[in-house]
Design a protein around this ligand. Structure first.
Ligand code: PEP
Length: 255
């Protein structure tokens, strides 16, 4: 299989000085050429320049956590893909459940954002996932399918080379509760098959499907060992060099 993608989502943590410290720690631990997998960190936008500078001589890439659909204009508080690129990022997280929940981002807006990210030659990490009540009602596949369908309708099979999907069951984010490896594999396979039906076997196998939801060194091995789990989107455990590196080490071991 292709290399794992290990992505850290720092959320609204780490201002510029803390981001510099954490990035310096990661740069010391992982000098250029020291891992096979792909590693990305996603600081808050104000801290992107310090992370980019500290990680300059490493293979660790930097992502934004969100973007607007326009290039510029009267959108107070927002940032755009040309700005994100100019700052040295390669990836953008789109449609995180916290954006969907607290900022009312719906499937159409998430899809527009993903399209814009990809059109501007960045990689979109698109988050999908059901809430607890939806899983209890057995609706998880329908929810994820609708979230995914909106995005796939906006991009071509060729553009899908710049698409990463993160399956993040909302009930497992920041709760300490993790989907079981079987639950994760079941949904990842569902997503893989959905991609295959839409496009083809080759493209569906190339698109990385990350698991997100309380991943940490203690559970990363069993999750990353699942056939269709191609990496992780990690919140809490990405805020400490030790725990984030612990997950990278496991991905390296399994590669
Ligand atoms: C996330 O924010 O994408 C996430 C998975 O958070 P945590 O690892 O803290 O559950």
């Amino acid at each position: 299989m292709s290399n794992f993608l290990i992505a850290g989502n720092w959320k609204m943590n780490c201002g510029p000085s803390e981001a510099k410290q954490l990035s310096d720690d990661l740069a010391n631990r992982w000098p250029s050429g020291s891992f096979q997998c792909e590693v990305v960190v996603s600081p808050p936008s104000i801290s992107i320049p310090s992370a980019v500078e500290s990680l300059e001589d490493t293979d660790i890439k930097v992502s934004a956590q969100n973007t607007h659909t326009e290039d510029s204009g009267a959108y107070t508080g927002d940032i755009s893909t040309p700005m994100i690129k100019d700052a040295g990022c390669t990836h953008v997280i789109v449609g995180h459940s916290e954006r969907r929940e607290y900022y009312g981002e719906d499937n159409d807006l998430v899809a527009e954002k993903a399209r814009k990210v990809i059109l501007d030659d960045l990689t979109a990490i698109v988050c999908v996932g059901e809430k607890l009540d939806q899983r209890k009602k057995g609706e998880q596949e329908k929810i994820v399918m609708d979230q995914l369908d909106a995005v796939l309708n906006k991009i071509t099979i060729d553009q899908a080379k710049s698409l990463v999907i993160a399956y993040e069951p909302v009930w497992a984010i920041g709760t300490g509760e993790t989907a079981s490896p079987e639950q994760a594999q079941e949904m990842h396979l569902f997503i893989r098959n959905f991609l295959k039906e839409r496009w083809n076997e080759q493209r569906s196998s190339e698109i990385k499907i990350l698991y997100g939801g309380s991943m940490k060194p203690a559970n990363a091995e069993e999750l990353l060992s699942q056939n269709d789990v191609d990496g992780g989107l990690i919140g809490g455990a990405s805020l400490k060099e030790e725990s984030f590196s612990g997950i990278i080490e496991i991905a390296e071991k399994l590669s």
